[in-house]
Write a protein that binds this ligand. Structure first.
Ligand SMILES: O=c1ccn([C@@H]2O[C@H](COP(=O)(O)O)[C@@H](O)[C@H]2O)c(=O)[nH]1
Length: 212
């Protein structure tokens, strides 16, 4: 896939499946091809473990790394402090996952949340910004609300992007690419609509054209 894509068109994301198969070498290989890499491992652990994992990602040279906001303030602050201690020329964007885009309001109630996605995202995003995160992962359904509250102090990374008429798969809080940008998303995360397409580059080009 990386051989067919151009770093001028998109950044790339290395998630749990690829990283578990191929490890840090795949990150290095993508970077040597000129791609900025989002290491999407969504760290969620005690502050010491999470912050050391974030530091390891930063030393790999990734452009963006993420943790779960539900790890709490002390965990997120430890990650920020660890990055500052490294004093890198280029520090990765440090992003917190609020509520997974695969979760519906009903599923959140089932696991014991007292409110739906929008309210939880609002709460966790405020905590994330206050704990030193550069931004959050959320659905583009929540993007306008967060931009209104936090403006330029928050980068919005939005998975659950689905072009019109494409398969929803396991996602629940979906938005089209153009609507996501209109709502204020800074970075659209688009997986299967591109990776599973017969002509991935054509699909990507069509999406980019729809944004212009
Ligand atoms: O809330 C979240 C956080 C991360 N993801 C990740 O984004 C991609 C989406 O892939 P699609 O194929 O476009 O559904 C995937 O790697 C997830 O792990 C997310 O979907 N939602």
């Amino acid at each position: 896939m990386a051989d067919r894509l151009d770093p001028a068109m998109c950044r790339v994301k290395v998630g749990k499946e690829l990283f578990t198969c191929a490890g840090p070498s795949v990150v290095e290989a993508l970077q040597s091809k000129g791609f900025d890499v989002f290491l999407d491992l969504k760290f969620h652990d005690i502050p010491n473990t999470t912050s050391k994992a974030v530091a390891a990602a930063a030393r790999l040279g990734v452009w963006m790394v993420n943790v779960h906001a539900s790890g709490g303030r002390r965990m997120m602050e430890a990650c920020r402090e660890e990055l500052e201690r490294l004093q890198l020329d280029r520090s990765p964007l440090l992003i917190a996952v609020t509520v997974l885009t695969s979760m519906s309001d009903e599923e959140l109630l089932e696991i014991g949340y007292k409110s739906g996605a929008a309210e939880m995202v609002r709460h966790l995003a405020a905590l994330s910004v206050d704990s030193g995160m550069d931004g959050v992962v959320c659905s583009a359904q929540e993007a306008a609300m967060l931009k209104q509250s936090h403006g330029i102090n928050i980068k919005l990374v939005t998975p659950g992007i689905r072009p019109e008429n494409s398969d929803v798969n396991d996602q629940r809080r979906i938005v089209t690419p153009a609507q996501a940008v209109q709502n204020g998303s800074d970075y659209l995360v688009i997986g299967r609509p591109i990776t599973q397409a017969a002509e991935p580059v054509n699909v990507l080009e069509t999406i980019i054209a729809s944004l212009n």
